[in-house]
Design a protein around this ligand. Sequence first.
Ligand SMILES: Nc1nc2c(ncn2[C@@H]2O[C@H](COP(=O)(O)OP(=O)(O)OP(=O)(O)O)[C@@H](O)[C@H]2O)c(=O)[nH]1
Ligand SMILES: [Mg+2]
Length: 455
Amino acid sequence: MNPLRLRASVLLSTALLILVIWNIRQNSGNPGSPAYQTRDVYQTRDDSRLHLLSAPNSKFSERKETLDDGETIIYHKDYTEDLVRENATLFSLVRNGELYDMLRTIRNFEDRFNQFKHYGWIFANDEKFTESFQNQVKNLCSGSVTFVHLPEQMWNYPEFIDRAKADQARRKMQRQQIKYGGSESYRHMCRFFSGVFYRLEAMKKYRYFWRVEPDVEFKCSIKYDPFEVMRKENKMYGFTLAPLELHTTVPTLWNSALEYMAKYPERIAQDNNFLFLTDDDGKTFNMCHFWSNFEIGDLDFFRSDKYNHFFNFMDHKGGIYYERWGDAPIHSIAVSILLPHNRLKHFTSTGYLHKPNLQCDGSSEMMIENECICSPEDDGSWGDQSCIPKIYDIHKDWQRPWYAPKERYLPIHDNILRMMEEKRIQLREEGITEEVIEVRMNEYLASIHSPEEGE
Ligand SMILES: Nc1nc2c(ncn2[C@@H]2O[C@H](COP(=O)(O)OP(=O)(O)OP(=O)(O)O)[C@@H](O)[C@H]2O)c(=O)[nH]1
Ligand SMILES: [Mg+2]
């Protein structure tokens, strides 16, 4: 190439580069700057400008804060209009790999409720959230967003756990094909929700939390503020669904709880919800529990000596690691024995779905009023495989909603044990070895608990 042509092409490339950079700067607002706040127009091709549709309170400025621990980043969204809100936060523990499940859930949650309140949302992870996770998540959340990278001690064995014993227990449960039986991280997760999450620095300033998992959905709109209900009705623990726990994951849980009650009778609440957990006056656990993937709770209760004394006792029993005690039965037992039953709140008609269980209860008028996209025929909260009816059977001051079926709760777990025993006898008669029978029984149990999984 001759020098003149070379110089001309360098000049041309430089001019092009300047043009591209200028273009990018024109089209991007810097979050937090006034330009960003006025970016409420949509530039059409023919250069006319359309105003973007916007909900009330949609004007905010954004500001980033990093807490002293260096692991907590908050993106504050300060709205120009005053919002009446409770002292409350949304909370999700989530992995980077669950980004799209989380985004789908956020979008749904904002649509069904949070667009009207803009509650802040705390996301926690045992690994660092990637930049793209943070950017995409904060883009869909209408309130302030906090990302927490958990310190190692919040996601690890406590020193009193014998790791070799825990390894052995996991291997055994894996051989038996018990769901998550072989997973170490699942147990850290269960311990985190049982006794750790409420200690997070980012949680300290709040009174209430609402746990939201990636991949859950609300099939109905929630047209009131559940946090306000908690405060005004003086509630401490809110739930939607109450299915059965897999009994193979909690063989010694109940005896540990009974031991606690016998040792510390002064710590047990009067007029509690104990009978919800047993169908034989306390002898055995009926596996009924509040499904904690949805929970709205009072953090003052979880932070209290009352709860932590109980949690520490159960934690030292080791069942989180030597068996597979989940946070759901631990929370359920705690709130059922440490609190009077009227501190519990059953939130109905939310359309809450965590597969395979759905709450879709209400009359046809309510389905329309709440814009539900589900059928009461598929409701799993009042069915004969749910423990919800039991709580209304045992507390005479709890009025069943008028639309709810009137059938009383019948011991579900007893029935399952009977069916399993029949199956076991049948397998023995077929000459199958005990080890294989154990695996088959767990498969059978899983199919009873999650009938549509794997379809
Ligand atoms: N950061 C992080 N989050 C986790 C981990 N394991 C589970 N979680 C989160 O903890 C919550 C419960 O985990 P799930 O895997 O849904 O457990 P589950 O609800 O008992 O089981 P599923 O029926 O499979 O949903 C979810 O919000 C997960 O995203 C983990 O290792 N790291
Ligand atoms: Mg889940």
